[in-house]
Design a protein around this ligand. Structure first.
Ligand code: ZN
Length: 202
């Protein structure tokens, strides 16, 4: 499966001059919502991810995703694994599990995102599951931005990866493109202006 090509075909891997939420600039931007716009593609990707997890032999009772970004990927993964799906959401900035979802003592959870960048939201969701008595057995994402190390890849986790190193991360692809501080951005030096993805209606 050529995940990068699937992202390109769905216009989910954008090329240009982008201002990321971190303030850094990049020539590429991943818009995973676009790749999940087609339910058939979402199903295909989630089944490939589920295959990796099944092959690992870990026992999974449920998937939990941080809203909003992880919802579709997490739901599709739970469908492919045939387990329950719950989500955590921010209330006044704090990640919480609401809506009557109950984490049972000792249940095994996978935390699923669409993209793992540094894994901050995934870790916050994991802490909520653990607070309620659940076990985190793995993290999962369709795409890994290359700060954390996924199973089957030789690249090491960078210092800014927030995910615990003793838990596996399953992802379909590494997207490790360069980021630049605005002062050092070669695209800015060439005279173009960075824009924030989404600010022009996409
Ligand atoms: Zn720039």
């Amino acid at each position: 499966m050529n995940v990068e090509q699937i992202y390109r075909d769905a216009n989910a891997l954008l090329e240009g001059h982008f201002k990321l939420s971190s303030g850094n600039h990049s020539q590429f931007y991943l818009q995973s919502a676009k790749v999940l716009e087609d339910p058939k593609t979402a199903k295909l990707l989630a089944e490939a991810l589920a295959e990796q997890i099944k092959n690992s032999g870990i026992k999974v009772d449920a998937v939990c995703s941080p809203a909003l970004g992880g919802l579709i990927a997490g739901f599709a993964l739970a469908t492919a694994l045939d387990v329950r799906f719950i989500f955590a959401e921010r209330v006044d900035g704090e990640m919480t599990i609401r809506r009557g979802f109950e984490v049972q003592e000792g249940e095994n959870y996978i935390i699923c995102e669409d993209i793992i960048t540094t894994g901050g939201s995934a870790l916050e969701a994991a802490k909520q599951v653990e607070n309620d008595g659940g076990n985190i057995v793995a993290y999962a994402a369709l795409a890994n931005r290359g700060f954390c190390s996924r199973e089957g890849s030789n690249s090491e986790a960078k210092d800014n990866c927030k995910l615990p190193l003793d838990k596996p991360l399953y992802a379909l692809e590494d997207f490790t493109f360069e980021m630049y501080s605005p002062e050092d951005c070669p695209l800015c030096k060439d005279g173009s202006v960075a824009y924030k993805p989404g600010s022009r209606g996409n």
